[in-house]
Ligand binder design. Structure first.
Ligand SMILES: Cc1cc2nc3c(=O)[nH]c(=O)nc-3n(C[C@H](O)[C@H](O)[C@H](O)COP(=O)(O)OP(=O)(O)OC[C@H]3O[C@@H](n4cnc5c(N)ncnc54)[C@H](O)[C@@H]3O)c2cc1C
Length: 406
């Protein structure tokens, strides 16, 4: 059964029509509207739904979609954690399904041909998937996003990209099976061979082809620790050459994570030098090292090497030093820390806490993601980073290489 419907009653906003009657779905109604379904992280769009439905099972999802399908006009949107930016998880006078209500509905380790997978709910947060997989099985998914308070269904509807994507592809390339409620309200299992059109349409389908109620996610052995390194470049050509070299190295030969960002060559606390430090209490960015020929922006390559407790520290040093020794970053501008694998993957939580405490988390978040081909990236740096964005954007400007074949 559907746990409850939060029925939005805002004067004329409700505009109920006879065939809007979805009340038959509900175990009970909460007439005190929360408004959560008309907000998202972007803070730039707001659409009031007719109702926010909290499904606790796949059958609830199916019933809700069927109820909407019986009407001539009700739209349905799945809402994961509402961290999209342009109202994608909203339904104007329609039904919003709060998928986190079924976050614990599935959690099962499965072995297929000697490879481990976990079956998880589409409404599960990735940070919970991480914690449960590592603590219960010593295993973890292979491909991540930078920030993990996002749902499985929410990122699989987009792509799910981070510093592991150069090796394993986006998160959408790391699931082998979905349970999906389609637009008719039918529940289908889909994978590469069974209902394959639905499978490939739903992955990266922006929630338009069906609602993901379960996903089978590939796992690997979780490392215990990571060496987390940031090195600074003053010349974009050097930065991009090293980044492209690193992502072309084979598994085991290089780093397990490669990302990077552009920052302003100044002491601006929000956009400048200090944004490079992972441990500001114990690290200091000394601008004396920045070459006098540097431009308005600098570049930081962010690298991680996994290791386990049984690896000898000198072995980890040797592997990392050999790789870092090949890089042409600015001398004196290398920063590193050793943290647990979980601390590393949950690193953005610290930034979230700070942003929540200073109010910027609730500010509007315009956001642009784009792929730029290798042949244009130097022009992009010259025109966009060095000119348009030379004073920063008041937030991160990530730039890192991906391989087309992933
Ligand atoms: C701080 C922050 C950091 C981020 N970092 C990264 C990053 O490093 N890499 C990256 O790739 N992205 C990143 N994102 C973007 C993020 O992956 C997407 O915005 C994602 O859609 C958010 O997930 P969500 O659970 O909040 O989804 P929502 O915003 O709730 O929904 C997003 C879309 O997915 C649909 N949807 C949600 N659940 C389901 C479901 N179960 N079945 C079908 N469709 C569904 C919705 O209808 C909507 O269209 C970041 C976002 C934020 C706010």
């Amino acid at each position: 059964m559907i746990a409850y419907i939060e029925h939005f009653v805002h004067g004329n906003d409700t505009e109920s029509k006879p065939d809007d009657d979805v009340s038959g779905l509900a175990a009970n109604f909460d007439l005190g509207a929360t408004g959560i379904a008309s907000k998202d992280f972007g803070g730039m769009k707001s659409f009031k739904p007719l109702a926010l439905i909290m499904p606790t099972t796949t059958v609830d999802v199916s019933q809700a979609v069927k109820a909407a399908a019986r009407t001539s006009h009700l739209t349905v949107a799945a809402r994961g954690n509402g961290h999209s930016i342009n109202g994608q998880a909203m339904a104007d006078k329609g039904l919003v399904l709060g998928m986190r209500a079924m976050e614990d509905h599935y959690f099962e380790l499965i072995w297929v041909d000697g490879t481990p997978y976990v079956d998880v709910s589409g409404g599960a947060l990735w940070e919970d998937v991480l914690k449960r997989c590592v603590l219960q099985f010593g295993l973890a998914p292979r491909s991540w996003t930078d920030y993990l308070s996002l749902t499985v269904g929410g990122t699989l509807s987009n792509a799910g990209v981070s510093g592991q994507a150069f090796r394993y592809g986006p998160q959408t390339s790391n699931v082998t099976e979905l349970e999906v409620v389609n637009g008719k309200g039918d529940t289908l299992i889909c994978n590469e061979t069974q209902n394959s059109e639905l499978f490939f349409a739903t992955l990266g389908g922006l929630g338009q082809f069906g609602i993901i109620t379960r996903a089978r996610v590939m796992l690997q052995q979780a490392p215990d620790m990571v060496r987390w390194i940031r090195v600074v470049y003053s010349e974009f050509e050097d930065y991009i050459r090293d980044a492209e070299w690193l992502v072309a190295l084979g598994e085991g030969d290089g780093f397990d994570y490669v990302e990077g960002f552009v920052f302003v060559n100044s002491d601006d606390p929000c956009n400048g030098w200090s944004t490079v430090l992972m441990d500001p209490q114990n690290q200091r960015f000394d601008p004396v090292h920045v070459p006098s020929t540097s431009g308005p922006v600098l570049y930081c390559l962010e690298l991680v090497r996994h290791y386990s407790h049984v690896d000898h520290p000198s072995y980890v040093d040797m592997v990392v030093d050999r790789l870092v020794g090949e890089l042409g970053f600015v001398e004196g501008l290398k920063f590193e820390v050793d943290v647990t694998y979980m601390e590393f993957l949950l690193r953005v939580n610290r930034a979230e806490e700070e942003a929540r405490s200073n109010g910027t988390w609730d500010a509007p978040h315009p956001w642009l993601n784009m792929f730029v081909s290798k042949s244009c990236i130097l022009d992009f740096d010259r025109e966009v980073f060095k000119k348009i964005l030379k004073q920063g954007v008041g937030g991160p400007i990530l730039v890192y290489p991906l391989l087309r074949n992933k």
